[in-house]
Design a protein around this ligand. Structure first.
Ligand code: GAR
Length: 192
């Protein structure tokens, strides 16, 4: 534990490129630290990223996540001020949303309320955007409630879709926006 006053927890299930962008952004911040990386997968690459940054890691099982107070107790014990979902694909249980109401944010790789909801993650989102013939897409950063992709929107940023773009091309453009804006939004929330 350090004596930095503001603490955030990152929840992630996969590769963790956004988690990495957040770790880098706050590495030398005088007030804010990433105090926890929580994952639901023992082999998620994001765990290695966190370990390289010296960030404490916790892995939870589905049973612990939905049927115990392990996560809320951990967040309280570590005095976490903000929970940041970065590619974390489980719906949060009501008890967690209640305990951390207004202090949990999520990143979604499309312009909500379009292309959100269960099953809408990663490349599936970009494929759906293409199938719908959209001319633009982007990112949405929003507060989290008990439903997928529904809480109050904090920021949306857009990018253009070119005629011959594939889902992978869109993924690249969207990811650039994610890495550029998500850490800044987190810093802004702490400034308020
Ligand atoms: C990100 O594109 C994020 O927007 C998306 O998962 C990806 C995680 O990438 N989240 C969702 O789709 C939530 N519904 P990363 O592991 O490289 O940060």
């Amino acid at each position: 534990m350090t004596n930095k006053t503001k603490k955030l927890a990152v929840f992630a299930s996969g590769n963790g490129s956004n988690a990495e962008a957040i770790f880098e952004y706050f590495k030398h911040n005088a007030d804010i630290e990433v105090s926890l990386l929580l994952s639901n997968k023992t082999d998620a690459f994001v765990i290695q990223r966190a370990q390289l940054h010296g960030i404490p890691v916790e892995v939870v099982t589905r049973d612990q996540f939905y049927h115990s107070d392990k996560v809320v107790a951990l967040l309280k014990r570590k005095a976490i001020d903000l929970v940041v979902l970065a590619g974390f694909l489980w719906l949060l249980p009501g008890s967690l949303v209640k305990a951390y109401g207004g202090k949990i944010i999520n990143l979604h790789p499309a312009l909500l309320p379009k292309f959100g909801g269960k099953g809408m993650f990663g490349i599936h989102v970009h494929q759906a955007v293409l199938n719908a013939g959209e001319k633009e897409t982007g990112i949405t950063i929003h507060y989290v409630n008990e439903n997928y992709d529904e809480g109050k929107i904090i920021l949306q940023e857009r990018c253009k879709i070119e005629r011959d773009d594939k889902p992978e091309d869109i993924a690249k453009k969207v990811q650039q926006l994610e890495h550029r804006y998500y850490p800044k939004v987190i810093a802004d929330i702490f400034r308020k």
